[in-house]
Design a protein around this ligand. Sequence first.
Ligand SMILES: NC(=O)C1=CN([C@@H]2O[C@H](COP(=O)(O)OP(=O)(O)OC[C@H]3O[C@@H](n4cnc5c(N)ncnc54)[C@H](O)[C@@H]3O)[C@@H](O)[C@H]2O)C=CC1
Ligand SMILES: O=C(O)CCCC(=O)C(=O)O
Length: 361
Amino acid sequence: MAAAARTLRIGLIPGDGIGREVIPAGRRVLESLPSSLNLKFSFVDLDAGYDTFQRTGTALPDKTVETLKKECDGALFGAVSSPSTKVAGYSSPIVALRKKLDLYANVRPVKTTVGSSNGNPIDLVIVRENTEDLYVKEETTRETPEGKVAEAIKRISERASSRISTIAGEIALRRQKIRAAAPGTSTRTEPMVTITHKSNVLSQTDGLFRETARRALAAEKFSSVAVEEQIVDSMVYKLFRQPEYYDVIVAPNLYGDILSDGAAALVGSLGLVPSANVGDGFAIGEPCHGSAPDIEGKGIANPIATLRSVALMLEFLGEEKAAAKIYTAVDANLDEAKFLSPDMGGKATTQQVLDDVLKRL
Ligand SMILES: NC(=O)C1=CN([C@@H]2O[C@H](COP(=O)(O)OP(=O)(O)OC[C@H]3O[C@@H](n4cnc5c(N)ncnc54)[C@H](O)[C@@H]3O)[C@@H](O)[C@H]2O)C=CC1
Ligand SMILES: O=C(O)CCCC(=O)C(=O)O
């Protein structure tokens, strides 16, 4: 008798702007996976974002958080339009969601299929701490005789630094295993984690991150992993000069956010780079990009970052085979370069890119 299909319930949170254009593409890909995978999906639509805030007075309704916690196996998040000026009562829902669900790792693979800006292949992962640093958002402003002074807390804890470094080491080992199983696909000989910090200036906060990361990665299970460190400003320089050198980069929250957008430029577009917000037993796939108001409503947003985020979510939910199908279909779309969206120099719409990927599934 055939084994019963596994059913995964997925929360869909499109958010604002192009989030609403790319999340439906992510759903279509899940619905179109071959039946031989024995996987079924059910979906629940959930609200969050600036539009939700304007309609309801809250950017992240309790119902969204409770439904994710009680009903869902995983989720997809599009993007939100957080204003650059303070709006009373508004706070970024994705930053809050990461904390509320304790999704402590933000895993952001950056990979070329055809070649990078310097012609060499890039295949690295940025593993970004996802719950603290300046993103605790404890800010104050006070009046002084010289004018206003604003301050923000940068919180770094041993616990969060240790667990993010451990997951970075585990990802490095997993990547090495995948490379070993496919000889000839990479010239990298050993797994490597690069710790990024600014502890030459911030000796206590980034100093704690650096020391804790060193200690976590010195564990016996990581004895085959090369551990290096790089101060974040020269990390940017080296990343742009020699991106092919890097394997896994572990970073506190803000540096990880900035480095991943920079790395996206190296592989051609923010519209290509996925992420997964990962905790123990739960993952939210989320493209690295924002709500892109400059192209919103034009139907030309690149859906590939989202499709890869779907695959990444599936990987963390233990469905590697299904993830591999999506990666292969997306890579084939990029390799053939017939249906590319405008950010990639093509003319295809979101729908045309999606249709091409679906055809390959
Ligand atoms: N996780 C989230 O929800 C995030 C939300 N944001 C929010 O997004 C809004 C806009 O932020 P920006 O700084 O403009 O960053 P952005 O990532 O939205 O856009 C930067 C540039 O990349 C392009 N781009 C982004 N995604 C693309 C895609 N899929 N296809 C083609 N081109 C794409 C945009 O058109 C724009 O030119 C802000 O309100 C910001 O707060 C920004 C980053 C993450
Ligand atoms: O705009 C927002 O609300 C979130 C911005 C934060 C961010 O860029 C990220 O964490 O990926």
